[in-house]
Design a binder for this molecule. Structure first.
Ligand SMILES: NC(=O)c1ccc[n+]([C@@H]2O[C@H](COP(=O)([O-])OP(=O)(O)OC[C@H]3O[C@@H](n4cnc5c(N)ncnc54)[C@H](O)[C@@H]3O)[C@@H](O)[C@H]2O)c1
Length: 254
């Protein structure tokens, strides 16, 4: 059992880098200790060092978020280490840039498992504790793809879009099921500069999309998304649940 802390506890999946790392650092700033869950051990260790430098306790767990049984083990370990979980951020995810004629059944199943089933895994693991403690906030990272179908017709991401759209339905249903004790919301980031996007769409078409199709004329940053996560994690009182927050600078043309 870790030392008692007055700070609240947030679990961030995919917290090693990118949007998850920025959200973890943002939550540390506003008084959270952090549990990170990721497959990238070294990156997660670096982010944990940054969190500790910011004054937070940080616990790292190497786990594939698609693994249902592992989610329970991780959550039990985090509660023992840091205390009850106040906030769950389902952020881990991975695009799948293949069209309907190319994608295999295994790749479809894997895309749904990593992007959608992962949310089921971690929500089911944390919800009993949050209900027992009388409160909790759950935020899941969907994508603008869930609403638009994707940035470009040249690269179809239909399975990813399906998984991310599934998060929006799950969010609304679980807001009803878990209210009034737990709030459940989703975020749809547009184009955000991170390791995963920098190498694909942003590198090839980022400037063009920003100048011609985004009202705020720039690609987003992980910190743009973290601001919304901090708000959903901390606003008090909170009368917001079952909602989808689009963070895209108003991307109106792709
Ligand atoms: N970057 C964007 O433009 C953008 C846009 C819309 C939505 N998103 C979503 O935001 C989230 C974060 O994306 P990002 O851009 O920071 O990507 P990223 O690749 O930089 O970070 C994702 C993190 O999730 C981890 N991860 C992936 N699969 C995992 C698994 N099976 N188990 C455990 N950890 C796993 C990765 O190791 C990585 O640390 C994702 O859900 C992504 O779909 C990103």
């Amino acid at each position: 059992m870790g030392a008692k802390s007055s700070r609240r506890v947030a679990l961030v999946t995919g917290g090693a880098r990118g949007i998850g790392r920025a959200c973890a650092l943002g939550l540390a700033e506003v008084g959270f200790d952090l549990a990170l869950v990721d497959v990238l051990d070294a990156d997660m260790g670096r982010t944990a060092c940054e969190l500790k430098a910011a004054g937070a306790r940080a616990a790292c767990h190497v786990a594939d978020v698609a693994d249902h049984a592992r989610a329970r083990e991780v959550v039990d370990a985090v509660v023992a280490e840091l205390g009850p979980i106040d906030v769950l951020l389902n952020n881990a995810g991975r695009p799948m840039p293949k069209g309907i004629l190319e994608l295999s059944e295994a790749e479809f199943d894997d895309t749904i498992a990593v992007n959608l089933k992962s949310c089921f895994n971690y929500i089911q693991a944390v919800a009993p504790g949050m209900l027992a403690n009388g409160g909790g906030r759950i935020v899941s990272m969907s994508s603008l793809n869930a609403q638009s179908g994707g940035v470009t017709a040249a690269v179809s991401r239909f399975a990813y879009a399906a998984a991310k759209a599934g998060i929006l339905g799950m969010t609304r249903a679980l807001a009803k099921e878990l209210g009034p004790t737990i709030t459940v919301n989703a975020i749809c980031p547009g184009l955000i500069k991170t390791e995963v996007s920098r190498n694909v769409v942003i590198r090839e078409r980022g400037d063009q999309i920003a100048q011609n199709g985004i009202a705020l004329r720039r690609i987003g940053t992980p910190e743009d998304v973290a601001e919304v996560v901090k708000f959903l994690a901390t606003s008090n009182p909170c009368f917001i649940t079952g909602q989808t927050f689009t963070v895209d600078g108003f991307q109106y043309q792709v």
